[in-house]
Structure formats: C-alpha cells, structure tokens
Design a protein around this ligand. Structure first.
Ligand SMILES: [Zn+2]
Length: 184
C-alpha cells in the first residue's frame, strides 16, 4: 500500500483485494480505500499515534523503518514484517512481508461474526497479545484463563499497544534501527 504526503491511500498492490476479501471482508477492498486517510483504517488511538510518529520519522530521515507484527486470522498465526519505505514527494510505501504462518485451532474470539457482550478485552495491534490482570498473553491463553471456550457471547476486542511493543517502536523512533536491521 502507498500513501501520499497527507497519509491518503493512493495505491494498493494487485494482490490486495484477494487478501482483503479473505480476511477483512468486502469493506477492505481497494475501491473503498483509495483516496481515504490510512489512519481511518487503523484501530486505537495509541496505534494511530505510533504510526504517525513512524511516518514522521521516515519522512524526516528518508530511511526505511522495519518492524515485526502479527496479522492473525482465527485459524492462523501470521508473523509479519512491516517496512515503511520513503517514496518521492513525501509518500510512503507500507510493504508487509509474511515471515511465517502457523495453523492453529480456530480461535472464536477472533471471529468477526461471533456475538459479543458488553465487555472489552484489550489486544495489542503489534503482537496480538491480550491484556489480562496477570499481564499480556497469547489469545489462546487468554481464552483458557477467562474460561471463554463455552461462552455463547464473547467480549469485544479493543486495539491498543502493549508496553513491550510501545517501547520497541519508541526505541526505533530514537535510533531508526529495527530489531532486524535491514542490510542494503
Ligand atoms: Zn505488543
């Protein structure tokens, strides 16, 4: 995906629609994205805040920033790497790369079509861990801890950034170096 100097989506890759339809539904197809601000499609204030800071850094330094993130589906753990690549006229390419995919038993909590109750669980948009009293844990662990297996209705997922990921992104904002520093 490419954004212009005002963070508006100006182009997506040819494979975009196939992935969007499989994972995010018809709302996420290119026709609904082009010309609109990318921040509109990021959930959670802290997530938008970090992306804004990362974009600012990429434009200011002209250097690519890369960071790992997870983009899970109910039955898949997807380990991804995001590269924010500076383009001409202050545009930025958001290039995501799949590093590893692990199948798992379907996690009902991540199924968009499940009925939800009034409760909210906080999930980290970067590492997909879920916030419980005892800390940030994988979603499968949260389901066991909260005894959600038999629940007919499930809590909503509210998107934020866990302290580990927040610190990691901030470290990059200061040094410009990711955990996997890119070789050129
Ligand atoms: Zn995290």
């Amino acid at each position: 995906m490419w954004v212009d100097a005002h963070d508006r989506i100006i182009r997506v890759s040819p494979e975009w629609d196939a992935f969007a339809l499989e994972n995010d539904g018809a709302d996420a197809v290119a026709g609904n994205l082009l010309g609109r601000p990318v921040m509109h499609f990021l959930t959670g204030d802290s997530v938008r805040h970090l992306y804004r800071s990362l974009f600012t850094r990429v434009r200011r330094t002209g250097a690519t920033i890369s960071f790992p993130f997870r983009c899970d589906a109910p039955a898949l753990r997807r380990y991804m790497m995001m590269h924010l690549i500076p383009c001409r006229n202050d545009g930025i390419e958001l290039r995501s790369e799949i590093l590893k995919v692990e199948p798992r038993d379907e996690v009902c909590l991540l199924d968009r079509y499940q009925p939800r109750n009034e409760d909210y669980l906080q999930v980290c948009s970067w590492c997909r861990r879920v916030h419980l009293d005892q800390g940030w844990v994988e979603v499968e662990e949260a389901i066991v801890a909260l005894d959600l297996f038999e629940s007919p209705v499930l809590p909503h997922m509210s998107h934020g950034v866990c302290p580990n990921c927040f610190d990691e992104v901030h470290r990059q904002l200061q040094t410009g170096e990711g955990p996997d520093k890119q070789r050129s």
